[in-house]
Design a protein around this ligand. Structure first.
Ligand code: F6P
Length: 312
């Protein structure tokens, strides 16, 4: 049984409960067959109470929620208010605490890695610095893993702010490569990377949330300008955007989604609510949502240091 449109439906009491949803043949599909909203019940007046009311009116017994840090924080609050809920971490950002991986991350890493492999052609052919901007609001997991898998010459992530000195160091490295006859470089930058003290955003009107908002994006372009001015090396940017969030899931994500789904059902059957499924090493376990709520899992810097050994 599924709930159409996630929080959105529950908030507005016009939820369609899809009984007997046909889930055959969906294992190779990305996205969601139920539909989902970007609305958080915590940002809507009386949101949590409205969700609870709809849930009770529908006579439901348990809710399984899938999402990233924002969704999981809202879910934890709803559990405290009495909603019988189990959660599954699902975000390409992989910034959910208490689990090694969230569903979607490995697919995004594969897409970004493929993109970097393709960018290397232009970089080598035209002797350029190619920058790939990937997603990662608060944490640079995709940038770190995809950069590592592609032998990137530099990886910029939100966890390591770039000040003037950092940019100078990056430019020096790019010029040194040129100096020893290597005519191209690959740089990966996470969208949330802090440049000179702030993340790069564009003002926009957010139709889904109904208001003005600042949307992340553009750090790659700004970085390219700085590099080109400082090094005089031809520099180009590609922003991967929503391409990294869709399409066919890689095998690892299918395995993780299946294992998380089975664990969630086990938790529901046991009545172990307020738990999130999590991967620890090769074990699938349940962890209290309270340990996840309001927290961001930043990049494992030991792993970043491994990627760093191959910079330049
Ligand atoms: O799913 C997480 C994320 O991909 C972030 O990295 C990105 O900033 C954001 O979603 C974009 O969200 P939206 O779909 O609201 O534009």
């Amino acid at each position: 049984m599924g709930i159409r449109d996630g929080w959105e439906g529950l908030l507005h009491g016009r939820t369609e409960v899809l009984d007997g949803v046909n889930t055959s043949g969906i294992i190779d599909r990305g996205g969601t067959i139920l539909g989902a909203s970007r609305t958080s019940p915590l940002e809507v007046k009386n949101g949590p109470q409205r969700v609870l009311d709809t849930f009770n009116e529908l006579g439901l017994q348990a809710l399984v929620v899938l999402g990233g840090e924002g969704t999981l924080t809202a879910t934890s609050k709803l559990f405290e208010m009495g909603l019988p809920v189990v959660a599954i971490p699902k975000t390409i950002d992989n910034d959910v605490e208490e689990t090694d991986y969230a569903i979607g991350f490995q697919t995004a890493v594969q897409i970004a890695t493929d993109a970097l492999d393709r960018l290397r052609s232009t970089a080598e052919s035209h002797h350029r610095v190619m920058i790939l901007e990937v997603m990662g609001r608060h944490a640079g997991w995709i940038a770190t893993y995809a950069g590592m898998c592609s032998g990137a010459d530099a990886i910029l992530i939100p966890e390591i702010p770039m000040d003037g000195e950092g940019i100078e160091r990056l430019c020096r490295m790019l010029k040194e490569r040129k100096g020893v006859g290597i005519n191209f470089s690959l740089v990966v930058v996470a969208e949330g990377t802090i440049l000179e003290g702030k993340p790069i955003t564009k003002p926009s009107f957010d139709a889904e949330r109904g208001g003005e908002s600042a949307r992340l994006g553009g750090v790659g372009q700004i970085l390219a300008g700085l590099i080109e001015r400082e090094t005089h090396l031809g520099t180009r940017v590609s922003s991967l955007g929503y391409i990294q969030r869709g399409g066919t899931p890689v095998a690892y994500d299918r395995m993780l989604a299946t294992a998380f789904g089975a664990k969630a059902m086990e938790l529901v059957k046991r009545g172990s609510y307020g738990q999130m499924t999590a991967l620890r090493g090769n074990r699938i376990i349940g962890v209290p949502l309270a340990k996840v709520a309001g927290r961001i899992k930043t990049v494992n810097l030991a792993m970043y240091r491994v990627a760093e050994k191959f910079f330049g």
